[in-house]
Design a binder for this molecule. Structure first.
Ligand code: EPZ
Length: 430
């Protein structure tokens, strides 16, 4: 398995182009199963989860073509993907794919809506929590699906097709909202989703579905009204910028005391993160295609955070902010309310000298004067990148093992950081 070696302590200066959002791209790709025409998505990120999902869609019978030119900097092309699911030849989403990438389970709603059946593996738990599927299952049942869970699979049929329903989610779920939005777009009658997620990735999915002919009201609110249509058609759509990648590099600028310009993105997508960074002592300048982030003084102030559904502080930025708070003046209380086990980075940050005490869902971070490089192990995507950020700030050498997690969601991370002065390299496993 590859690892990443960082020799820390260098302020980062330069420009980083933000990629398209993985967490938007995955549901957008799944939406292609709703039509026999071609859905073309541009600004796709080059990350492992995208290839995994292409494999799954092809197993369902879709044809996927990657186009695009290499750019002037020699960056790989192939950011435009045309998916045509003319015929659905298999309705099974196998364990091998869904256990690696739970977004695979999003095919359940579209397959039920289009062909009336789906057999989808339960994703199982992961490093950040148990992550059940009950909200997806119960909402699809309310739309007329019969779902049996046996042998680790959700076997779903909708003999008479899906019909509109009034659904209230007990918990705000990004995935369940996406699954139901897609299913309801092709159902008979009107579906109302109450307590729906409002994440920008949901808004991006609604934009594509609308272009495909769906009738949806209520974007950016927690009440979505979807009037089902008989047929959806092909469309073209540009994937929104990755707000979590944007926030991660914003923290890279602040933790190293440097200045980074982030392009091809929108500051408005990470308002809650920028508010905390400003309180912590960062300066943010909004530009026409992104933002410039720098640190105003020598230190970082401790600021408390609590993760919440959008527009609150994102759980996917919790580990990165914790890395920053390890070197703050004073202390910071970090509370995780979305996932029950999302502090796996704490013992690894402690190996670099961080002083963190976990009490249930909260972690008290007492700032230390310096972090010192060590060997650490990545446990999930955002935990991994928090170790990269801490390694950039630490004195000496940090080696992060098991970096395949990073490759699932950060495109060319070491190249982007090295271009801004980081001493970082990938050590390929032999
Ligand atoms: C999406 O996961 C993201 N993944 C996650 O990003 C992100 O952390 C999460 O939303 C929250 O913002 C993708 O978009 C591919 P949820 P998702 O359903 O949809 C509970 C990353 O690092 N729940 O909104 O799976 C669940 O256990 C990843 O990029 C149920 O109880 O998350 C959690 O506590 C990790 N029953 C809460 O809801 C259900 O049926 C929110 O989860 C579904 C969810």
């Amino acid at each position: 398995m590859d690892s990443i070696r960082i020799r820390g302590g260098k302020p980062l200066y330069g420009k980083i182009e933000i990629s398209g959002a993985k967490n938007a791209a995955l549901p957008l790709m799944v939406a292609s199963l709703l039509t026999d025409e071609t859905v073309t998505l541009s600004n796709l990120p080059h990350v492992a989860d995208i290839s995994t999902l292409i494999n799954l869609l092809c197993q369902h019978g879709a044809d996927a073509k990657m186009n695009g030119q290499n750019d002037a900097n020699g960056c790989t092309g192939g950011r435009t993907l045309a998916i045509t699911a003319r015929n659905i030849t298999s309705t099974e989403a196998p364990y091998d794919i869904v256990r690696k990438m739970r977004a695979g389970a999003l095919v359940m709603g579209p397959l039920l809506a289009r062909v009336g059946k789906a057999r989808v593996s339960l994703p199982g738990g992961c490093a950040i929590g148990t992550r059940p599927m009950n909200l997806h299952v119960s909402a699809l049942e309310q739309m007329g699906a019969e779902i049996n869970i046996t042998g680790g699979y959700m076997d779903a049929v909708a003999k008479n097709g899906l019909r509109g329903a009034e659904i209230r989610f007990d918990t705000v779920s990004v995935g369940a909202t996406e699954n139901l939005l897609m299913a309801a777009s092709l159902a008979k009658g009107t579906t109302v989703l109450e307590n729906a997620a409002k994440e920008p990735e949901i808004t991006d999915l609604i934009k594509l579905l609308r272009q495909m002919g769906a009738d949806i009201e209520g974007d950016e609110t927690d009440r979505l009204v979807i009037r089902g249509v008989d047929k959806l058609h092909g469309a073209q759509h540009r994937v929104m910028p990755d707000r979590i990648e944007t926030g991660t590099y914003a923290i890279a600028a602040v933790i190293t005391g440097g200045r980074l310009e982030l392009t091809n993105t929108e500051a408005g997508l990470i308002r809650s993160v920028l508010d905390i960074l400003i309180e912590a002592g960062a300066e943010i300048v909004i530009t026409t295609d992104g933002l410039i982030v720098s640190r105003t003084g020598p230190g970082v102030r401790g600021v408390d955070i609590m993760t919440m559904p959008y527009p609150g502080y994102p759980t996917d930025m919790q580990a990165q902010m914790m890395a920053l708070m390890t070197i703050c003046d004073g202390a910071a209380m970090i509370t995780e309310t979305i996932f029950e086990n999302r502090f796996m980075h704490v013992p690894e940050l402690a190996r670099l000298g961080a002083n963190i005490t976990v009490h249930g869902h909260s972690a008290l971070v007492r700032g230390v004067n310096r972090l010192v490089g060590a060997q650490v192990m990545a446990t999930d995507l955002r935990a991994s990148v928090s170790l990269v950020l801490a390694g950039l700030a630490a004195e000496g050498e940090t080696v992060i093992n098991r970096v395949y997690h990073l490759d699932r969601g950060y495109e060319r991370l070491e190249e982007k950081l090295a271009a801004c002065g980081a001493d970082i390299e990938r050590i390929m496993a032999v």
